[in-house]
Design a protein around this ligand. Sequence first.
Ligand code: ADP
Length: 499
Amino acid sequence: MNKRYIVALDQGTTSSRAVVFTPEGRVMASAQQEFKQHYPKPGWVEHDPEDILFSQTESLRAAVRKAGISASEIAAIGITNQRETTLVWDRKTGKCVYNAIVWQCRRTADLVEKIKQAGHTETIRSKTGLVPDAYFSATKIQWILEHLNLQDRAQNGELCFGTVDSFLAWHLVKSHPHVTDATNASRTMLFNINTQAWDDELLGLFNIPKAILPQVVDTSRVIGFLDEDILGVPIPVAALVGDQHAALFGQACFEKGMAKNTYGTGCFMLMNIGEEFRLSNSNLITTTAWRLQGKPTYAFEGSIFMGGATIQWLRDELKLITSAMESEEVAKSVPDSGGAYLVPAFTGLGAPYWSMYARGTLVGMTRGTNRAHIVRAALESIAYQSRDLFDAMAKDSGKMPENMRVDGGASANKFLMQFQSDIMGVQIIRPEVLETTALGAALFAGLAVGVYDNMHDISRVWNAQDEFIPSMAEIDRQKALSGWDRAVRAALYWAEEKE
Ligand code: ADP
């Protein structure tokens, strides 16, 4: 087959990447371009839409060049993206009416507070699976329409709203389709993930006209052809998918009860919960994992604010280490943390605790506590927080996963992975290809154009590289966990004292 390669466009928060894959899922080449972050006011975060577009097309061209292939050998392109980030553009000219409002932006926190105070939390939760927050697109769209006085134009169908996948699809595909996929739609707080349709009641709550919304398509589907001006030939654009959803697929977590954790700046854990929508009792988010042939698969999602960032803190603020990599060797120089626990609740604690006011706490120190103990406690804190999420997911889904698949920068740390396995009591598996987000998008795209015939075909692409088996005695595990629980209570207690 001469059209054999698949290209993933991975449009992230700080950079745009493109990765060329062989059908066997090997990375042939990749290219990346960073772009500017705009912080017009404290707490506000924006991207210039032109920067997103330019960096993405440039990295696409560079990756294809590096791979040394002809564009006509590319079977399909899949797009994966930073989620929730909101753009509104003119349907005729394609020009954005405002910068992209990035998921991190807190400008609409008060709009969300109003919605919560009016008693709409449960409605939102039961329809969208989300805990109301300014991260999601709804209040960002509301803000743009209100502040630029665009209600009438939106109502008349003159404007398009889209998350980044949608924006890229419109601009890169020749026919300018106004579409998004079910995973990205699930992050808007406007999409009913039970019925898989935009929800009129939610649109009413945020005063958003339906005419502005994209059509929601399956995650794996040809939506049109890449504009020939970009690579010289038309290529099917065959997948749109949010980054964490792509990573779950790229980790081949196809069955109910399979989970992955990405150890980046923060950690993102997703567990496949099957084809039935359910809500968690621990305030985890429920999301559409993907939608294939009209059929949604759901996932629980939880995140840890301070994952690898805890190690950056050790390096940059405490200056206990000179590189993230060094943390492994330092942690291993002591047999344990000497009873010290760090709870890196620098910006509060997420699921399953949910306290905005909890703060970083270092407890259990003695006169003998040294640098290595603290470095070790910091790495262990990433594993403990992940264990808490995993535990909540297992409980709420009613299924204990047999293992957890891992990726992201900090998954390179063998000490951390072994401790993770010990403290969770399950096997940790690190795959051959750590580019799981890009791989997931490529697999969805390959599935749409017949590079892969079915899921069985795809599952052969994923291979384990390293496995970590639990080796801690149960009594030691329980003791360690009980110490962690007490440390978390201390971090929460601090919050109560402050309020
Ligand atoms: P992101 O995609 O969020 O930028 P990455 O997946 O690139 O994150 O991972 C970077 C994070 O991982 C940083 O916070 C860094 O401190 C951490 N990290 C990288 N290597 C290691 C390591 N060997 N041990 C512990 N943490 C690490």
